[in-house]
Design a protein around this ligand. Structure first.
Ligand code: UGA
Length: 451
């Protein structure tokens, strides 16, 4: 099939590379010329495991353009909108880029029917809004109605950064929000190889044992949009729940890891997303929980559970610094090393990363902060040059004569450090990830979350 992807961020590029690998003819458009130029030169603009490898394999099957005249919209079978929807200060999503994409589609529609798939996380009701924009804008430009030329479908994305390609090839489900038979049939065709799992798995991304098929949930458009928000809010809630339990565990002398295992084995609860720690960050959970609360507010509805999940989450960041202060008594002038800076391992993304708030709080209280990360420091230097902390790739420098260490994200290299060569200090293990027993034997004072 001929597929156009609008937006070459995490969602757009991973989806495009996956669809090209499955044999589709994929064009990617992004108005950021530098990004497109880089992609034409085979440079992936962000860090994502295996994406480089797969991209270099199928690069010749993909076309990268930065203007709509080259995007061949009249001949596309499916167009994915995968542009960013950042948060506005009031919690609502900024839809400027979605509007631009919809208007550009309208200007370039041909005579052939095309399915427009909304993959960006947009507020509930936006599918209809995109449809209306295309319709109205088409009428403005062509002075006639675009009847039968397009249909807007919602197919939210569930991939997680750091495992994005895995999530693209082996998703738990595909959601298609549409009551339009032809559109649903076309997407069933496009995603057929994923649903049947009959494609040859990339060598470096073997198919999980036992995965024989992936279900497609077909529903109305609004429900599909809401599935995305409900899924992310539920995952966020699960993390905040275990963090709340962790604080009580600490008080009564219990171990949250055992509690998580004990409750997670109950299939009704499930064992994933029950790792206590400094909480969630990233571009999704914070934004989507805020947007759901804001949407509910528009309908005079409160969402106290989701608000509480947010409060617990952001409180974890202050907890780390308070706990450190309790241990060191005075933070002023103390050297603190942060291990990991992105919001989770295997990504260089710093959006809503807990490390940022933790750094700010430490600096406010007078600490001297040095941060390390295996892949995110270039982004840190360019996006946060004025945090008042120093960045270094050199772990010897980072850990030299420190007063305390905070583990922010669970990169294996941190567990495997030559800890015996480091002077024992207090460590806040923000992910309950380090080998506490070994480190305690070496004289470190390891403080986990709820252990
Ligand atoms: C999340 C969802 O997991 C995806 O399904 C969704 O598609 C995506 O948002 C999105 O909306 O685009 P992502 O933000 O990439 O994916 O990363 P997660 O693996 O979900 O982790 C989010 C945060 O939660 C990280 O900071 C992680 O460290 C934290 N986390 C995760 C915990 O603190 N504890 C856990 O048990 C799990």
């Amino acid at each position: 099939m001929k597929v156009l992807i609008i937006g070459t961020g995490y969602v757009g590029l991973n989806t495009g590379v996956m669809l090209a690998y499955l044999g589709n003819d994929v064009t990617c458009i992004d108005l950021n010329q530098d990004k497109i130029k880089g992609l034409q030169e085979r440079k992936v603009p962000f860090y994502e495991p295996h994406l480089d490898e797969l991209f270099s394999k199928i690069h010749q099957k993909m076309l990268f353009v930065c203007n709509y005249a080259e995007a061949d919209i009249p001949n596309q079978d499916v167009i994915f909108i995968a542009v960013g929807t950042p948060s506005l200060p009031d919690g609502n999503a900024d839809l400027t880029y979605v509007r631009q994409a919809a208007e550009s589609i309208a200007e370039n529609l041909g005579e052939k029917f095309v399915v427009v798939v909304n993959k960006s996380t947009v507020p509930i009701g936006s599918g209809n809004w995109v449809e209306a924009i295309i319709r109205e804008h088409y009428f403005e430009v062509h002075n006639e109605k675009p009847n039968g030329l397009f249909n807007v479908v919602s197919s939210p994305e569930f991939l997680a950064q750091g495992a994005a390609l895995f999530g693209s090839f082996y998703p738990d489900r595909i959601v298609v929000g549409s009551e339009h038979e032809l559109s649903v049939a076309r997407l069933k065709d496009l995603f057929g190889p994923i649903m049947r799992q009959d494609f040859e798995a990339p060598a470096f991304l073997p198919r999980p044992d036992g995965l024989k098929e992936v279900p497609m949930v077909v529903c109305d458009l609004t429900s599909a949009e809401m599935i995305k928000y409900a899924a992310n809010s539920f995952l966020a809630l699960k993390i905040s729940f275990i963090n709340e339990i962790a604080h009580l565990a600490q008080k009564v002398g219990a171990d949250v890891s055992s509690i998580a295992r004990g409750i997670g084995l109950d299939k009704r609860i499930g064992d994933r997303f029950l790792n206590a720690g400094i909480g969630w960050g990233g571009s999704c959970f914070g934004k989507d929980t805020a947007a759901l609360v804001a949407t509910a507010r528009d309908y005079n509805l409160d969402m106290p559970i989701i608000r509480a999940a947010r409060d617990v989450n952001y409180g974890q960041r202050t907890w780390v610094v308070d706990r450190l202060q309790e241990e060191l008594k005075i933070l002023k002038g103390k050297h603190i090393a942060l291990l990991g800076f992105s919001f989770k391992p295997n990504t260089d993304d710093l959006r809503d990363a807990p490390s940022l708030d933790i750094s700010r709080l430490l600096v406010q209280r007078g600490a001297v902060v040095r941060a390390h990360d295996p892949v995110a420091l270039n982004n840190a230097r360019s996006q946060y040059p004025n945090l008042g902390i120093s960045y270094s790739e050199d772990l010897n420098f980072i850990l030299d004569e420190v007063d305390a260490i905070v583990l922010i994200s669970e990169w294996p290299i941190y567990r495997d450090l030559a800890w015996e060569a480091i002077t024992p200090v207090t460590i806040i293990d923000g992910r309950n990830f380090l080998d506490k027993e070994r480190l305690s034997q070496l004289g470190f004072n390891v403080i986990g979350v709820g252990r």
